[in-house]
Design a protein around this ligand. Structure first.
Ligand code: HEC
Length: 195
C-alpha cells in the first residue's frame, strides 16, 4: 500500500529522479519477495522437493529491503526542494504546454525565437482572421514579471482578467488554470529575473 502511494506521487509530480530510483528499487525488492513466496507455495505442488529455509530468507530479505526503501522514498518527499520542483513545473508548462514564448519572446531576423531575449515581450506578429476591435498588438514582457505583481499575474492565468481589471485581449488566451499550475508558472517567470 505504502509503496503504491509513493509510486503515485512520483508519477504525478515526477520531480526527483532520486525518488524514482528509490521506488524502482523498492518495486524490484517487492517482486523478489513475491516470486519467492509464490515459489514456496507452488514448488511442493509441482513435486519439487526443497528445503524452504533459504528461499524464505530471500523472500523476507526482499520484503524488508523493499519496505526500508519505500520508507526512505516517503521520508525524502518533503526534503525534495519544493521551490525547485515548482519552478521546473512552471518552466515545463510555459515551454511545452502553454508555448508562451511563441508570443512573449521576440524573434530574430530569420523568424526563430530569440532565446537570448526569452519572454522579454514582443510585438504580436499575426492578425486575427476575423475582424476584431479587441486585439492586442504587443505581448508584454514576462521574464522576472517586471510590470505585474504576482497576484495580478495569478489573476491573468486563473481568471483571464488583466491588471487593469478587464479581460485580457486576444490573442492572449483566456486561461482558467488551476491554482497550482498558475503558481508554478508565476514562480518560474519570477525566477527568470527581469532585464
Ligand atoms: C498567442 C499569443 C500568446 C500566447 C501563446 C500567450 N500570450 Fe500572454 N499575452 C499575449 C498578449 C497579446 C497579451 C496582451 C493582452 C492585452 O494587452 O490585453 C498577453 C498578456 C499576458 C499577461 C498580462 C501581462 C501584462 O503585463 O498585462 C500575462 C501575465 C501573460 N500574457 C502570460 C502568458 C503566459 C504565462 C502564457 C503561456 C502559458 C501566455 N501568456 C501565452 C499573447 C500571448
Amino acid at each position: 500500500m505504502i509503496n503504491n502511494r509513493c509510486l503515485f506521487v512520483a508519477s504525478d509530480r515526477a520531480y526527483s529522479r532520486q525518488k524514482n530510483i528509490c521506488h524502482l528499487l523498492s518495486v524490484i525488492c517487492h517482486l523478489v519477495a513475491l516470486t519467492t513466496t509464490a515459489a514456496m507455495a507452488y514448488f511442493p505442488k509441482m513435486g519439487v522437493v526443497m528445503n524452504g529455509g533459504w528461499i524464505r530468507s530471500v523472500g523476507m530479505l526482499g520484503c524488508l529491503i523493499g519496505l526500508v526503501i519505500s520508507a526512505m522514498a516517503v521520508v525524502s518527499t518533503p526534503a525534495a526542494p519544493q521551490a525547485g520542483g515548482q519552478v521546473d513545473r512552471g518552466k515545463y508548462l510555459v515551454e511545452e504546454l502553454g508555448r508562451c514564448g511563441e508570443c512573449h519572446t521576440p524573434r530574430t531576423a530569420d523568424g526563430t525565437l530569440d532565446r537570448s531575449r526569452w519572454l522579454q515581450g514582443a510585438p504580436v506578429w499575426f492578425k486575427s482572421l476575423q475582424p476584431t476591435s479587441d486585439w492586442a498588438y504587443s505581448a508584454p514582457p514576462l521574464a522576472g514579471l517586471p510590470s505585474l505583481s504576482e497576484a495580478d499575474a495569478m489573476k491573468v492565468l486563473e481568471k483571464g482578467i488583466g491588471p487593469n481589471g478587464y479581460p485580457v485581449r486576444p490573442p492572449m488566451h483566456d486561461y482558467h488554470m488551476n491554482h497550482e499550475d498558475a503558481a508554478a508558472i508565476v514562480a518560474y517567470l519570477k525566477s527568470l529575473g527581469g532585464k
